[in-house]
Write a protein that binds this ligand. Structure first.
Ligand SMILES: [Zn+2]
Length: 78
């Protein structure tokens, strides 16, 4: 049984979210990131391995110093 949403008690279902990170000099947007999404309040949870991979994307963009970087999880996930 899946753990209920700690905020509203709703069900957490596998879904997708858009991850954004503010870097100061720019922003990173990663679309279609796998996440658990509450079917009632819409709160999202990203699994640790996914969060680690997102952090790597952020570091990559930080190194490039892009003002805006929009990418898609499905193009990166292997
Ligand atoms: Zn909820």
């Amino acid at each position: 049984m899946k753990p209920a949403c700690p905020i509203c008690g709703g069900r957490r279902e596998p879904g997708q979210t858009t991850f954004t990170a503010e870097l100061g000099f720019g922003v990173v947007v990663v679309r279609h990131v796998p996440a658990l999404v509450c079917d009632q309040c819409g709160e999202e949870w990203i699994d640790d391995p996914v969060a680690v991979a997102l952090e790597a994307v952020v570091e990559e963009v930080r190194a490039k110093q892009s003002l805006v970087e929009v990418t898609d999880w499905r193009e990166r996930a292997v």
